[in-house]
Design a protein around this ligand. Sequence first.
Ligand code: ACO
Length: 335
Amino acid sequence: KGCKLVGCGSAVPTLQISNDDLSKIVDTNDEWISVRTGIRRRRVLSGRDNLTNLAAEAARKALEMANVDPNDLDLILMCTSTPEDLFGGAPQIQKELGCKTNPLSYDITAACSGFVLGLISAACHIRGGGFQNVLVIGADALSRYVDWTDRGTCILFGDAAGAVLVQACNSEEDGLFGFDLHSDGSGQRHLNAAIRENESNSALDSNGSVLGFPPKRSSYSCIQMNGKEVFRFAVRCVPQSIESALEKAGLPASSIDWLLLHQANQRIIDAVATRLEVPSDRVISNLANYGNTSAASIPLALDEAVRSGKVKAGQTIATAGFGAGLTWGSAIVRW
Ligand code: ACO
């Protein structure tokens, strides 16, 4: 059985924050941010915006493009590390879309690799589980976990949602050619928003005896990042992963029509493209306008590229996500 991408959509909050705006709250400037990252502005949730609404809007657009009714969905995968409910955000999307059929809905937490993992999970559900229409949403609001006094991280992130509809098809039409997924928990120290240390397991000693019961309510720290280590990791692992996915697909790098990486830093995108010898006019990049939107970045950039006519039906896209966990992975797909 095959699976193919049949629709995409995206949504961003209305509030735009420029590099100059940020220079009013931390010691930074437009030139430093643009040169080091390629980012010029980002969107941030504010007022009545929330992540569920953004994700539902992106999902509706993808369904509309695919001409699929919400009641024909049988699975919704919400790839997010910042759900509006600790227990998961996907069922709320099902409700927002008005699905009377209650498609299975659950979250996938893998930070900036979330969307690629979601895409592969969708394919596995279709190939092995008999599912027909799977909605994969990448949505994150990292602005809620950024320390807005830390110039090393607050300049990087933005909020957004993107969605892709993956549909079952016969094997001749199959649009997922190869993939490659990894994780390495030993790198967590380089990038995390971990539970505050003094709050984890505060109720139990090492023998499991109750100490100070009841435990304190837990909370997560802001994003902690060693930018240089994350940069090195991305530039080393992403090209290897794409090469491995191409090998599994039996395709040469020259068959890539578009390179669509997680939008974290223009220098990472350029370095990966150079390593794979993909010319710059075949590289999709929109992070100047949105910053790093975590799990949303790939479907957001895909949606813009499809709607602007850049990416055309039948073209081959090499996509890769990478980030916290550490996690990384790639997929070679046909649009
Ligand atoms: N404005 C001005 N100066 C700054 C800023 C800023 N916003 N941030 C840091 N600096 C200063 C530092 O203090 C340092 O000053 P010093 O030399 O006096 O000590 C100098 O600039 C250089 O800082 P570095 O951190 O070494 O700068 P670097 O070139 O490594 O760039 C950056 C930092 C942009 C964060 C880069 O390392 C990067 O992009 N890394 C990848 C990060 C990433 O992609 N993370 C997301 C992963 S996806 C996920 O899962 C969430």
